[in-house]
Design a protein around this ligand. Structure first.
Ligand code: OKP
Ligand code: ZN
Length: 335
């Protein structure tokens, strides 16, 4: 399978994140990519598709914020990574947002996504990596893999969060539609609900979002990913959430996967995008499913049995030592 990667994605390296009330080393490390690269064999470099595909998903003001946030943080005399500490939850109305702290709060929904000096560069090339792998699929490849990091599925049109800054899967979906594909299905199999992707396409009938994830009553991102979220307007019925309990293993996972795949089949997409997170792995340090390395091949084989042109976009997975083997297993099952 053709795999795409750009090493400018290593430029994103925040030092700490807020976890259970304390600052701990940032879990979404650049070493994750090293583990994957060592396991999957040769990769192709990303080509630059410019900013237009980013603007098809994210708002102009959000992109401007993200581009300058770390410089603005430095200009305010701050050391370290930029992070918000006040969020406009209670009453949100258009304001000038003069302070970088106000912008960080207005354009984020959590405190687990610091902006470091290289965040824009890495996120930009992550999106380009997704677009480059999409290009291979649009050119006739049955499947391609985009090794994206930072991940993307938690961030929305105008907010970051959950280690995500640009929504790589959504950017690829919009680019596919701009290239003439009419219906795109996004299957999100990361441990966490892809709330940003869901939000971006919530009122859209041409993009199906189907997600299998930890029950958000117990796990991040808490506020989205519940079964009764089904889309709205023209998008009603084009969002499918399948939350599973903590401790779910392959036997618990496969019936949900079959439900999701039936929905994908009924949707009859021209393209399938898989938001793939290996944080469903039994040994993941921040997650609570029990999927084993060999299980990823079985999951991927079922996905491949749909026979759809498929773009795999990397999302989470934090057991760094096993991450490469988990990704390789998934890609092998897809081939
Ligand atoms: C990103 B992806 C834990 C904080 C949780 C966010 C987790 C983001 C996961 N104390 N931080 O879906 O793998
Ligand atoms: Zn995740």
């Amino acid at each position: 399978m053709r795999c795409f990667w750009d090493d400018r994605q290593l430029a994103h390296a925040p030092s700490v994140e807020l976890h259970n009330g304390a600052f701990v080393p940032f879990a979404e490390t650049a070493s994750r990519a090293g583990s994957i690269l060592a396991a999957i064999g040769p990769t192709e470099a990303a080509a630059d598709h410019g900013e237009a595909p980013l603007r098809a998903v994210h708002s102009e003001d959000y992109l401007a914020f993200l581009w300058s946030a770390h410089k603005d943080w430095r200009a305010a005399g701050r050391a370290g990574d930029a992070s918000g500490y006040a969020w406009p939850v209670v009453r949100r109305r258009p304001l000038a947002l003069d302070r970088i702290d106000a912008r960080l709060g207005a354009y984020s929904f959590d405190a687990s996504s610091p902006i470091a000096a290289g965040t824009w560069e890495a996120a930009y090339w992550g999106a380009q990596t997704a677009l480059s792998a999409l290009g291979a699929v649009l050119a006739g490849e049955r499947a391609a893999f985009a090794l994206c990091r930072p991940p993307g599925h938690h961030c929305g049109r105008d907010y970051l969060g959950g280690y995500c800054y640009l929504n790589n899967a959504a950017i690829a979906a919009e680019a596919a539609i701009a290239a003439g594909r009419q219906r795109v299905a996004i299957l999100d199999v990361d441990y966490h609900h892809g709330n940003g992707t869901q939000d971006i396409f919530y009122d859209r009938g041409d993009v199906l979002f189907a997600s299998i994830h930890a029950d958000p009553l117990l796990d991040y991102p808490f506020f989205w990913g519940h079964e009764d979220e089904i889309g709205e307007g023209e998008g009603e019925g084009a969002t499918l959430n399948l939350p599973l309990p903590r401790g779910s293993d392959l036997a618990a996972y496969l019936p949900a996967l079959d439900v999701a795949l039936e929905r994908v089949t009924a949707f009859a997409p021209d393209l399938l995008i898989v938001s793939y997170g290996a944080d469903t792995f039994a040994g993941d340090p921040i997650s609570h499913f029990r999927i084993e390395t060999g299980d990823y091949a079985a999951i991927a084989r079922r996905i491949a049995s749909l026979g759809k042109p498929t773009l795999v976009v990397m999302e989470g997975g934090y057991a760094v030592d096993a991450l490469g083997a988990n990704v390789a297993s998934f890609l092998e099952g897809l081939s």
